[in-house]
Design a binder for this molecule. Structure first.
Ligand SMILES: Nc1ncnc2c1ncn2[C@@H]1O[C@H](COP(=O)(O)OP(=O)(O)OP(=O)(O)O)[C@@H](O)[C@H]1O
Length: 225
């Protein structure tokens, strides 16, 4: 589904990531861990085409991302839902409109999508907050809204960057449950997280592979995690 083959990346100085090869198979569940600054967000950006590797190849849905034009890339990105670390809401818009933004941008008929939006808001437990502005939300509400927005176009793949950052343990578990539900619906899930307790908890709910970035390379973490 998404495949990195011998990928390297540099922001201009020395190489941040070297010789990374990994395949996110359809329906798989992965964690990506590693110390702060190791390159987790960078790797996610390579997976959804926000960055182009300095060496190697990233393929998504059998297409080499480097060869795609703007329209093809836009179509491909609709198949990859991203939960950004900083959520990125438009503060002047109500929450429901923020969650619906990908529908609007992709030109969907909003009248036809209204049930989809309501269902999704209910799934993340935010129906009562539909009219709230993002600055009025708690951290957990923001993270659940970011997840709803990431999946509103029914992507095949969900990439979540620290989706449980700044929330307490109960909310982390609630968010994890939502991500596991998405995986049980057949979606491929990759979660970047430095929270080892979360990763351990997930292992009782889902068969997850844990990848760790260490010294610029990607390793498969052992059972001792
Ligand atoms: N646009 C950029 N230009 C230059 N350097 C960057 C840029 N974005 C990130 N970096 C650097 O690349 C390194 C990896 O950053 P990245 O955000 O991928 O790490 P991370 O593992 O996600 O970190 P964290 O766990 O703290 O979120 C850091 O040293 C960061 O400062």
């Amino acid at each position: 589904m998404i495949e990195l083959d011998d990928v390297g990346y540099s922001y201009g100085g020395g190489e941040l990531l070297s010789n990374l090869s990994v395949r996110l198979a359809p329906g798989s569940f992965h964690f990506l861990t590693g110390p702060s600054g190791a390159g987790k967000t960078t790797l996610l950006k390579l997976c959804y085409g926000a960055l182009t590797p300095t060496s190697g190849t990233v393929r998504a849905f059998d297409a080499d991302m480097r060869g795609l034009d703007r329209d093809q890339m836009a179509l491909l990105r609709r198949r990859i839902g991203v939960v950004h670390q900083d959520c990125r809401f438009l503060d002047h818009l109500p929450l429901a409109d923020n969650i619906a933004l990908p529908l609007i941008v992709s030109g969907r008929d909003m009248a036809q999508e209204s049930d989809n939006l309501k269902e999704l808001m209910s799934w993340v437990g935010l129906t009562a907050r539909a009219d709230a502005r993002p600055p009025e939300l708690s951290g957990g509400e923001r993270q659940r809204a970011a997840l709803a927005r990431a999946v509103i176009l029914s992507p095949d793949v969900v990439l979540a960057d620290e989706p449980t950052g700044n929330v307490d343990w109960d909310m982390s578990m609630r968010l994890l449950t939502l991500l596991v539900e998405l995986n049980k619906m057949g979606k491929t899930v990759l979660i970047a997280s430095h929270d080892l307790a979360l990763i351990r908890a997930a292992k009782s709910q889902v068969q997850a592979r844990v990848l760790r970035i260490s010294n610029r390379r990607l390793q498969l973490a052992g059972a001792d995690l």
